[in-house]
Write a protein that binds this ligand. Structure first.
Ligand code: SAH
Ligand code: SF4
Ligand code: F3S
Length: 440
């Protein structure tokens, strides 16, 4: 038996990091660790980091700075850095912050228990890209009960090399997990109480995992198979690239009842000139036509997107093109960012847009998106939608869940987490909808 110890994990960045943190916590469970909610209690602190924008990466060093006193008071405390900053900076992290004991890149997590055993007596760094399926070796023991929703990574890495993005360097080449493994993990999650699974991948719709028939299966094939699992009520996936939105996946949106009417389909810019310079390999028109085809298959689908403003060489005219595209699409949700220079990416070398210009454009774009989000949300009033209850709300007797379209919905009813109910939407607030149980 290993000695009982306490682990504090702090997660930054995307949902894949959330999934990875869960797997790492489970793997370290085998070394005697249980998770705690604060760094002060911990015997080991693990930061699961994000390198996507400069600010995200800098947060890691300021957070590490805060642990200095803890480490001084408890010299046995182990401090590890995982995730995309670990991959991008490797040993440099230990040079900048010598109290770090362990640095582990996203493709080496299955080696974490061995690394943890060595940490403290020596510095351990692993940023390899091994050929094994790390998740196969990061299995849960014991199998704890879970909440109603879960992430499941099915594809990792990216071969697209958009000119602004670090992901192909931090996560490596595109790899899909075999269908049978995904199904086994999904069934296991359902047995542990999960009713909604979100399939994850940096380019999840490029999924091409080996099927039981020896052939590569598409994401649509995987979704159709997952939909057969009894007790699994809802399926989502994210993030998709416009170029990998195949006909069978579009058709699945119209045909598979368990596949939810929400699609995150980042476009980044509405200017063809900028899209080319971004190396996005789709243009404005192909994106708009794609949205039309998706809406033809599933008219009520809620479209969400990502935008970068102030990409190198972006002019006012380019920005206007982005604003016009947003007006045409009518987004239900969107994430927008000022371009952030990332060392080693092609766009870092180009002529940069002034910071004030970036800020002004971001503000204008976000104001438009907020109006659209609100309009899409307000239009739900009067409709009856499915809601998966996740937790108790702030008011007595109130429960909160997510609608089919991923809106937060609150209602007062005698319900428990995991209940899937039909709700008639009666009000639309700033960040959520309110409703009442629908009859029958
Ligand atoms: N694979 C996904 C996106 C992953 S990164 C896709 O292709 O859509 C998530 C978002 O971060 C991106 O969609 C982009 O909008 C933003 N992003 C990535 N690199 C960035 C950078 N250097 N500066 C600002 N935003 C960036
Ligand atoms: Fe980054 Fe582009 Fe790959 Fe998305 S598709 S992860 S933005 S390189
Ligand atoms: Fe960040 Fe890595 Fe995800 S850079 S967005 S944590 S893939």
């Amino acid at each position: 038996m290993s000695t009982p110890r306490k682990l504090f994990i702090k997660t930054y960045g995307c949902q894949m990091n959330v999934y990875d943190s869960e797997r790492m916590a489970e793997a370290l469970g085998g070394s005697g660790y249980t998770e705690v909610g604060s760094p002060e209690e911990a015997d080991m602190i693990l930061l699961n980091t994000c390198h996507i924008r400069e600010k995200a990466a800098e947060k890691v060093y300021s957070e590490l700075g805060r642990y200095k006193d803890l480490k001084a008071a408890k010299p046995d405390l182990k401090i590890g850095v995982a995730g995309c900053v670990a991959q991008a900076e490797g040993e440099e992290i230990i040079r900048r912050q010598p109290m770090v004991d362990l640095v582990v890149g996203p493709q080496s997590y299955h080696r974490l228990p061995e690394m943890e055993a060595k940490a403290g007596t020596e510095k351990v760094v692993d940023t390899d890209f091994p050929e094994e399926d790390k998740f196969e070796r990061l299995k849960a023991r014991p199998k704890a009960k879970r909440g109603p929703t879960a992430f499941l990574t099915v594809q990792e890495g990216c071969d697209k090399f958009c000119a602004f993005c670090v992901v192909p360097y931090t996560r490596g080449a595109e790899v899909s997990r075999p269908v049978a493994r995904v199904l086994t993990e999904a069934r296991d999650l359902v047995e542990r109480g999960v009713r909604e699974i979100t399939l994850l991948g940096q380019n999840v719709n490029a999924y091409h995992g080996e099927g039981p028939d020896g052939r590569d299966w598409s994401l649509a094939g995987l979704i159709r198979e997952l939909a057969e699992i009894e007790g699994l009520e809802r399926i989502r996936f994210t993030t998709s690239h416009p170029n990998d939105m195949s006909d069978d996946l579009i058709a699945a949106h119209g045909e598979v009842g368990k596949l939810m009417p929400y699609l995150h389909l980042p476009v980044q810019s509405g200017s063809d000139r900028i899209l080319k310079r971004m190396n996005r390999s789709h243009d404005r028109d192909s994106y708009l036509r794609l949205i039309d085809r998706i809406r033809a298959a599933r008219p009520d689908i809620l479209i969400s997107g990502d935008f970068i403003v102030g990409f190198p060489e972006e002019t006012d005219a380019d920005f206007r093109d982005t604003m016009r595209l947003i007006e045409e699409v009518r987004y239900g949700q969107a994430f927008s960012f000022k371009y952030s220079t990332r060392p080693g990416t092609p766009a870092a070398e180009r002529e940069q847009v002034a910071e004030e210009v970036k800020s002004a454009r971001l503000q204008e774009l976000q104001a438009l998106i907020t109006r659209q989000q609100r309009a899409v949300q307000d239009a739900m009033v009067g409709q009856t939608v499915g809601v998966l209850i996740e937790r108790a709300g702030r008011m007595p007797g109130q429960m909160v869940g997510k609608s089919d379209h991923l809106h937060a919905v609150h209602l007062t009813a005698d319900l428990a987490p995991g209940d899937l109910v039909r709700v008639r939407i009666t009000e639309s607030g700033p960040n959520s909808l309110g409703g009442v149980l629908a009859r029958g």
